[in-house]
Design a protein around this ligand. Structure first.
Ligand code: SF4
Ligand code: SF4
Length: 321
């Protein structure tokens, strides 16, 4: 049977619906949040059971299908992409059409149904306690009211690994707890090594605060002794933004500042969320290649672990947006 493990094992919570796919595919929609938590859990269980028996019609032409028989019956991946509110105002944010550029420090409720539904699915033993990977995307988790509650639920149920994107403007005890237990990692797009450039990109004068929060997270990750590389799970990302930071000087400052604040791993990325819409079909600019190589060399010299962002690397290999 040609199937995709997302249809059988992934749950993807978006703002308007619950879906199967974690990819850029639209795929089958399970619910539009019109049910209560018990009904929604029921719908999910039923949809997963059916997908196990037969490939959903929406998946028939999808490139992500593989010729295998599904075996794992429980949910092994949960994506939480339902949240757009943020405490920064980056111009390139992929959620700008939803937020209209608004941002604030206010902590808001996202969707309380999601916590209740996940809890219900755990109670029915539908979520793996051996092998669950959770990805937090969307807006800023530090200003999402139910973030600590969901984090505790996953930790209590022996989640394998949680990956969070965060602005790191607001320090989160929940992220620190996750790092201390060796249960996850986080990426913060700092994108510079100086206060003035940070302010231009993020619309917040919070550079120092962000770097101090990252230093605290590294200290939390250090408390986990079973994996010496755990501190590398705190990552500062540099997204190359034309006219803001696409020069060696800023990359150099970023690498040196990251080291100064105790970071062990950093990641460089092209800007593709915005670029993919505005530059589709155009060649990737030379400065991306130059700055990737420059950052890699600097990290080697400074003894930092280095990531080339996966999607960027793929795009750069093909040479066009
Ligand atoms: S086969 Fe494609 S459309 Fe279907 S669940 Fe998988 S990724 Fe989504
Ligand atoms: S920090 Fe991330 S979510 Fe927040 S505005 Fe910037 S890109 Fe968007």
């Amino acid at each position: 049977m040609a199937y995709c493990k997302h249809s059988t094992n992934t749950l993807s919570f978006h703002q308007d619906n619950v879906r199967f796919c974690t990819t850029l595919q639209e795929g089958p929609v399970i619910s539009n949040y019109r049910e209560n938590a018990e009904q929604l859990a029921e719908l999910i269980i039923d949809a997963k059971r059916k997908a196990f028996e037969e490939v959903p019609a929406e998946c028939s032409d999808c490139i992500y299908r593989v010729q295998e028989e599904p075996t794992e019956k429980k949910i092994t991946r949960i994506d939480l992409f339902y949240w757009y509110h943020c405490n920064c105002g980056c111009f390139y944010c992929s959620y700008r059409d939803k937020t209209k550029g608004r941002f604030s420090d206010e902590v808001l409720e996202g969707n309380s149904l999601i916590y209740q539904t996940v809890k219900n699915l755990y109670a029915r033993d539908m979520i793996s306690r051996e092998n669950l990977f959770v990805v937090w995307g969307g807006g800023e988790v530090g200003v999402l009211k139910e973030f600590p509650q969901l984090m505790d639920l996953f930790l209590k149920n022996n989640v394998n690994f949680i990956w969070c994107e965060t602005s790191a403007v607001r320090y989160s005890d929940s992220i620190a707890k996750m790092l201390e237990r060796g249960k996850g990692g986080m990426t913060a797009a700092v994108c510079c090594g100086s206060r003035d450039v940070y302010k231009k990109i993020k619309q917040r004068d919070k550079y120092e605060q962000v770097m101090q929060n990252l230093a605290k997270y590294v200290r939390s990750a250090n408390k986990y002794k079973d994996n010496k590389k755990n501190p590398e799970n705190v990552i500062s990302k540099f997204i190359i933004l034309e006219g803001f930071n696409n020069n060696k000087n800023e990359v150099e400052k970023w690498v040196l500042e990251s080291k100064k604040y105790g970071l062990k791993r950093i990641e460089i990325s092209m800007e593709f969320c915005w670029g993919i819409h505005t530059k589709k079909g155009q060649p990737i600019e030379d400065y991306n290649y130059e700055l990737f190589d420059y950052a890699e060399k600097m990290c080697k010299d400074e003894g930092l672990a280095f990531n080339r962002n996966d999607t960027s690397a793929r795009l750069m290999e093909q040479g066009i947006y």
